[in-house]
Design a protein around this ligand. Structure first.
Ligand code: PNS
Length: 160
């Protein structure tokens, strides 16, 4: 059984993330979308809220489960018998950081490989940070995040 993990901050999940989830879940038997519990960032949504949003927007995909983790991605992957890490590549600006992480992870655990999916063109510019910036300035984020997440952002920022 091929198990993959798609780790990230997902603060919040965007249509770009969902695109990667939908496409990569077709390539493997089980995909674990794993939200990093990172104390050093100050997120808009709690880990629990991010997990709940991801569960809601992926509920139609049978082989996807959503979880959270702390510590190293490779340790979490090993605990869950995953030997594939999935990451999306938007543009060349992502490449250096992603390569560094993939190489480091593979040196730490040789049996885990990272696969990169190029983000679909319509989401190539998209990031959770941009979504938050648009939202806090009262912009419409419905083109960028699933409808359910639009509502959660509005609730969080007290806007409608
Ligand atoms: O969505 P993000 O913030 O780009 O995701 C980054 C993430 C969570 C994949 C990365 O920060 C991560 O794996 N953090 C856990 C600690 C770790 O394993 N670091 C990799 C060693 S270089």
């Amino acid at each position: 059984m091929k198990v993959g993990i798609y780790p990230g901050s997902f603060d919040p999940v965007t249509k770009g993330h969902l695109d990667i989830i939908e496409r990569s879940s077709k390539m493997i038997d089980k995909l674990i979308v794993a939200v990093l519990n990172n104390n050093s960032k100050s997120p808009l949504f709690s880990v629990e809220e991010r997990v709940n949003m991801l569960r809601e927007v992926t509920k139609g995909i049978d082989n996807v489960v959503v979880d959270s983790f702390s510590g190293l991605t490779v340790d979490y992957a090993q605990r869950n018998h995953a030997n594939i890490i999935v990451r999306g590549l938007r543009a060349v600006t992502d490449f250096e950081y992603e390569l560094q992480m993939a190489q480091t992870n593979r040196i730490m655990v040789n049996s885990i490989d990272t696969i990169f999916l190029t983000t679909s063109l319509q989401y190539a510019y998209l990031s959770s940070s941009i979504v938050k910036e648009v939202a806090v300035n009262n912009g419409d984020v419905s083109k960028f995040v699933p409808e359910y997440v639009v509502k959660k952002i509005q609730d969080k920022l007290n806007i409608s």
